[in-house]
Design a protein around this ligand. Structure first.
Ligand SMILES: NC(=O)c1ccc[n+]([C@@H]2O[C@H](COP(=O)([O-])OP(=O)(O)OC[C@H]3O[C@@H](n4cnc5c(N)ncnc54)[C@H](OP(=O)(O)O)[C@@H]3O)[C@@H](O)[C@H]2O)c1
Length: 211
């Protein structure tokens, strides 16, 4: 059987840190875009590293070559000029060119969408983000709109506060409100890699949280 291959963007960040490792453990071949190979953990020897930039179409093109799935955990400081929609646009267009179907991305739980029924605390939190990080929220909404218009098999997971830590077990999922306040990056890695083969959340933007 041909070994399936995944591409990881943002795999040196807090959220994406264990995705490549988990992918290898689950039997995938992994390609990962990095700006600085020095930031890659030494034990990721089986990962094919592509040195480049997520804002460069050629870097994305090369990273996703011959892959079946793209996992995008690109991130930037909250006060930086937001580039989420820009990066996702490049990824989606390169995926289309190369005939790759499965896209798994992440965004913040503060993103509120039509149909959500957030509780008071989560509505308040989202409101604070809208005020303090308004440019980022506009860009995150733009990213979601782009995915909605895409005919790829996309899923965008909405995350609460992410911490460095071990797997805690069961992930809580909810389509209309955040089911918890935090999640470990090991739990995220396992959960996202499991979603590669699952159709449960195609074309959806679920909230997930740890226990
Ligand atoms: N952290 C949280 O608590 C949290 C909570 C909810 C949602 N999220 C969402 O999760 C996503 C990732 O956040 P994060 O906290 O993991 O961010 P992060 O720790 O800052 O990691 C960002 C990742 O993106 C990469 N990156 C940034 N600019 C790049 C570029 N121009 N080219 C290639 N790679 C680039 C970084 O690579 P380098 O190693 O080269 O810098 C790193 O791998 C974001 O969408 C964020 O909104 C995060």
């Amino acid at each position: 059987m041909v070994q399936r291959r995944i591409a990881v963007i943002g795999g040196t960040g807090k959220v994406g840190k264990y995705i490549a490792e988990t992918g290898l453990e689950r039997g995938y071949r992994v390609r990962m875009l990095v700006r600085d190979p020095e930031r890659v953990h030494k034990h990721l020897e089986g990962v094919e590293l592509i040195v480049g930039d997520a804002l460069n179409a050629e870097s994305i093109e090369e990273t996703i070559q011959n892959c079946d799935t793209v996992i995008n955990t690109f991130g930037q400081p909250v006060r930086a000029m937001p580039l989420y929609s820009e990066v996702t646009k490049l990824i989606l267009s390169q995926m289309k060119e190369q005939g790759i179907q499965r896209y798994i991305g992440v965004t913040g739980g503060s993103l509120t969408l039509v149909g959500d029924r957030k509780n008071l605390i989560n509505r308040f939190g989202a409101g604070v983000f809208e005020i303090l990080f308004s440019k980022m929220m506009v860009d995150k909404r733009k990213e979601h709109d782009m995915l909605k218009q895409s005919d790829l098999a996309w899923t965008l997971f909405r995350l609460p506060f992410v911490y460095e830590g071990p797997e805690q077990g069961e992930i809580r999922k909810n389509l209309i409100d955040m089911p918890g306040s935090k999640i470990s990056n090991r739990d995220i890695a396992r959960f996202l890699v499991e979603q590669i083969e699952k159709k449960t959340y195609f074309h959806q933007t679920p909230f997930i949280a740890g226990n």
